[in-house]
Design a protein around this ligand. Structure first.
Ligand code: FES
Ligand SMILES: [Fe+2]
Length: 460
């Protein structure tokens, strides 16, 4: 079904840019459903350590990986380190203004050049014996170079580079020198997401949480809303987990999940708003007391309210439809990136593999806010709406500090705590002799598609 129940025409009519439309709305057509079969999905891939090296060889080194945010590399000498499995990458802004990405490894005896995180440097110096490189990776200085009988040729000893490009305000890298250009790899995603203007958003929260599951169980759970009734019972009252449009675009995919309308299981014959919805609306500043409609007209009213409030909040929603203002547009980029898109916020989830343990993974969560019109990215944190996320007392000035913790050490907000707890149980179950493979529904087609592509890459 087509999830976009709200009229785009209305938005266009109300939109002052209508006379001179300089963008295309995010398409909402249902994509053709590929034939992917109905077999069980084998489970040894979640538990057998041999897949750590197989995925390293066949997937992680053959795809484009989201390495970090471009805004961390604003000046010459800015750098950050991104780790994936056994590899560590150093990404720099070189003197010519361009970005470079290298394996983060000293060419003398293999020391890591920089620890994980962001920084600034005029040169890249190894702390072991003080060899150094320029920001473009060329060899700069070798102490006592005369003592090397084979010489220290710059042509041999530059840092080993990997491919590097940008899209959506993110830096992407690939270890595969023959991979297609990033834009081609991303397929429909850049065009679909252009109206959200990721590049204009500001990072307000940056966390890594160690979860007790394989990275693929995490990709799986974020690909469907079937688990809402079991794992997120509160969400049933404010979001429709059933009338969700699933779209597959080659190795990438999307769902559109309507919000501000309860699950059909929670709508009674009066169609009146439930208490949880009422409280949620109040927390967002929606004037519930003035609303005379029911669950069938609420989304439209919320969208109008958000547009009306934009004069105060400064948030420019002119490129987004009413449907986008009242739904979760959710995209997966193969292999391990999830974008949750709302009018006010974007969440980027990166499901990173653990280097040695199939039962662990790193869940990276970055939250971005839309910047009010007229404010610069640097000084703006206004207009933030927490939606489902508890940002706590996060320091929002400048770049938020990255924090790392393990599941259970502290809360990541109700929704993620629920997902992480569930996934620990799933991971334990996947080890059982009694588990004979995943049994997948139509609704879960994004999971089947992910595994179809995983198998293609692995070479089954
Ligand atoms: S290992 Fe880096 S300078 Fe020796
Ligand atoms: Fe969930």
């Amino acid at each position: 079904m087509k999830a976009s129940a709200l009229s785009e025409d209305k938005v266009k009519k109300d939109n002052p840019l209508n006379d001179n439309v300089r963008f295309e709305y995010t398409p909402t057509d249902k994509a053709p459903v590929p034939e992917l079969g109905t077999n069980r999905i084998p489970v040894d891939r979640y538990t057998d350590p041999k897949y750590i090296s197989l995925e390293d060889e066949k997937i992680w080194s053959k795809t484009w990986l989201l390495a970090g945010v471009e805004s961390d590399l604003q000046e010459t000498g800015s750098y950050f380190v991104f780790e994936n499995l056994r590899e560590s990458f150093l990404i720099t802004r070189a003197a010519d203004g361009g970005l470079r990405a290298f394996y983060n490894v000293c060419q003398h005896r293999g020391n890591r050049l920089k620890p994980v995180g962001c920084g600034h440097a005029t040169q890249l110096t190894c702390a072991f014996h003080r060899w150094s490189w320029n920001l473009d990776g060329s060899l700069r200085y070798v102490p006592e170079a005369d003592d090397f009988p084979q010489g220290t040729p710059a042509s041999e000893l530059g840092l080993v580079s990997v491919k590097c490009d940008t899209w959506g305000g993110f830096v992407w890298i690939s270890m595969d020198p023959d991979i297609e250009p990033l834009e081609e790899y991303l397929g429909v995603v850049p065009k679909h997401l252009a109206p959200y203007e990721f590049e204009e958003m500001v990072l307000v929260s940056d966390e890594t949480i160690e979860w007790n599951c394989n990275w693929k169980t995490s990709v799986d759970i974020f690909s469907e809303t079937y688990h809402v009734r079991g794992v997120h019972p509160e969400s049933e009252f404010i979001a429709d987990d059933v009338n969700v449009q699933m779209d597959v675009y080659g190795r990438h995919s999307r769902f559109i999940a309507p919000m501000y309308i309860p699950s059909p299981r929670k709508i009674d014959e009066t169609k009146s708003l439930n208490e949880v919805m009422n409280d949620y609306l109040k927390s967002e500043g929606f004037p519930v007391q003035d609303f005379k409609g029911d669950v069938t007209t609420l989304r439209s009213a919320v969208a109008s309210h958000k547009r009306k409030m934009s004069e105060e909040t400064g948030l420019d929603f002119s490129q987004l439809t009413d449907d986008q203002l009242t739904a979760d547009y959710h995209y997966n980029v193969f292999p391990n990136i999830t974008f949750n898109l709302f009018g006010e916020q974007m969440w980027m989830f990166r499901h990173r593999p653990h280097p040695t343990d199939t039962d662990k993974m790193y869940f990276d969560r970055m939250i971005f806010n839309r910047v009010p019109k007229g404010e610069t990215k640097a000084d703006s944190n206004a207009g933030a709406v927490d939606l489902f996320v508890e940002l706590g007392d996060q320091v929002l000035e400048g770049r938020p500090e990255h924090s790392f913790y393990r599941h259970g050490d502290r809360s990541s907000g109700l929704l993620l705590d629920q997902d992480a707890s569930c996934l620990q149980g799933v991971q334990e179950g996947l080890h059982s002799r009694g588990m004979r493979g995943l049994w997948i529904s139509n609704h879960e087609i994004r999971i089947r598609n992910f595994h179809h592509w995983w198998e293609k890459y692995i070479g089954r």
